[in-house]
Design a protein around this ligand. Structure first.
Ligand code: FAD
Length: 407
């Protein structure tokens, strides 16, 4: 393992960042300054998404080639083999510099890559993990189907084995980023006669393989970051299987835990809003800062946001100490989305008709995208109701649901 002190690593990282980027210009959070974007889901045109991907890829490649792309990864797979706190040091420093938006890699690196690392054959690990961390390829999560969301174990996309090759046919839906992806993690039904959790197998599938068709789905806010993905006799080598044949449920759980951690680790009131400052400015601007009910709600949002981030830190500390991700992930995600709903309600109350009227005024109508995006966050990665079931059963020890607890 490489031996480098934290101090040396920090100096190396600063040198890289100063040579390849420029320090972020602090935007003071005054009303009317900078962008008023607060949307939760990506709302770009395909051209904008592609140009963002180009910029993100260039940065990811530079970062990886300089030794900062996979700081904690095993050296034999292309990582640097350093402890987690080195990653934290780099993240903290990188956040002070101008860098492209890297969201396009979120699902691949946050959910698919850890699953590949935990469950793939050595060949697949060698083939994909390095290029994923270098930004050469993008990954997506092919779990949900029209008839299987919360009840993920009900997936019907079929995988049939013939020698060393599997043939996959069926349909996935709500696949974020499939239109920009090179590989996907897919969960299929491999044994239709087994009990539903025991008849699943997971694979890494090439999104450019013959028989894969990606069709965009339009969001009510305008963007199209989800897709339907159709598979027609798509051939997947057995070497691309994740985990055991019919052991796909265990593989899917690895991904879901990482998904909840990734969403639960988000910012206090939505990806586009930094903390509660923007909300406080809005309340001032609308002349509502003396309203006791508004003040009380603001305080609640602030407190709940802190609780959500501490819960997430607790979950992360458990993993860093070698523990397995547990129900803390569900609590962290649930806390975040409950607070987003609270924020949504407060904004709607304060803005009234301005929320739905595009008057061109800075910082008012822009909240409509936030309000319309929050329900999606309450569904993605396990709905509020399903996460409450998990907390009820696994934290509070309440009786199990008769049919199993879904995702
Ligand atoms: C923003 C976003 C991004 C997404 N990205 C992806 C992706 O990249 N890949 C992917 O595979 N999927 C993705 N999804 C899909 C997501 O995982 C599913 O929408 C989710 O699991 C819910 O499934 P469903 O939509 O089929 O709803 P259903 O499961 O049909 O649920 C409908 C309603 O019933 C409730 N319900 C269901 N079961 C129970 C129960 N046991 N107890 C109480 N209430 C219950 C739910 O809470 C919900 O209110 C995404 C979804 C969103 C919104």
């Amino acid at each position: 393992m490489e031996s480098i002190s934290e101090q040396e690593f920090r100096a190396e990282a600063i040198h890289f960042l100063e040579s390849n980027s420029s320090p972020k210009i602090e935007v003071t959070s005054g009303w009317g300054e900078g962008s008023d974007e607060v949307s939760v889901l990506p709302e770009q045109t395909l051209e904008e998404e592609k140009s963002n991907l180009d910029a993100a890829r260039t940065w990811a490649q530079k970062r990886f080639d300089a030794g900062f792309g996979w700081i904690t990864g095993p050296p034999e797979l292309g990582g640097r083999g350093l402890p987690r706190n080195y990653q934290r040091i780099f993240d903290g420093l990188e956040a002070r510099f101008e860098t492209p938006n890297m969201t396009v890699y979120g699902i691949g690196l946050g959910m698919v890559a850890p699953t590949i690392q935990a469950h793939a054959t050595e060949d697949v690990k060698s083939a994909y993990l390095r290029p994923m961390h270098r930004g050469d390829i993008v990954g997506c999560q092919l779990f949900s189907e029209p008839g299987a969301g919360s009840d993920l174990a009900g997936v019907q996309t079929r995988a049939v084995r013939d020698g060393d090759v599997w043939t996959v046919s069926g349909q996935k839906v709500w696949t974020s980023g499939a239109h920009l992806s090179d590989i996907g993690e897919i969960v299929c039904r491999s044994d239709p006669d087994a009990p539903k959790h025991k008849g699943l197998t997971a694979f890494v599938v090439d999104m450019h393989a013959p028989g894969v068709e990606v069709r965009p789905l339009r969001q009510m806010t305008g963007g199209a970051s989800f897709n339907e993905v159709f598979f027609e006799d798509v051939r997947i080598p057995d070497s691309h299987r994740l985990g055991e044949t019919n052991g796909g449920w265990t593989v899917a759980l690895t991904t879901l835990m990482n998904e909840r951690a990734a969403i639960g680790g988000g910012s206090v009131s939505g990806s586009g809003v930094s903390g509660t400052e923007r909300l406080i400015e809005l309340v001032h601007h609308e002349g509502r800062s003396d309203d006791p009910l508004v003040r009380q709600e603001l305080a609640q949002i602030y407190i709940a946001g802190r609780v959500a981030s501490y819960t997430n830190l607790r979950a992360m500390a458990k993993i860093a100490a070698g523990g397995l991700p547990g129900p803390e992930m569900s609590i962290a995600k649930l806390s975040l989305t409950l607070n987003m709903r609270r924020t949504s309600d407060l904004v709607s109350h304060v803005l009234g008709p301005k929320l739905v009227c595009d008057s061109g005024e800075w910082g008012t109508f822009s909240w409509s995208r936030y309000v319309l995006g929050v329900p999606g966050m309450r569904i993605a990665g396990g709905t509020d109701e399903v996460l409450r079931n998990i907390v009820a059963e696994r934290v509070l020890g309440m009786p199990k649901e008769p049919s199993g607890s879904g995702r």
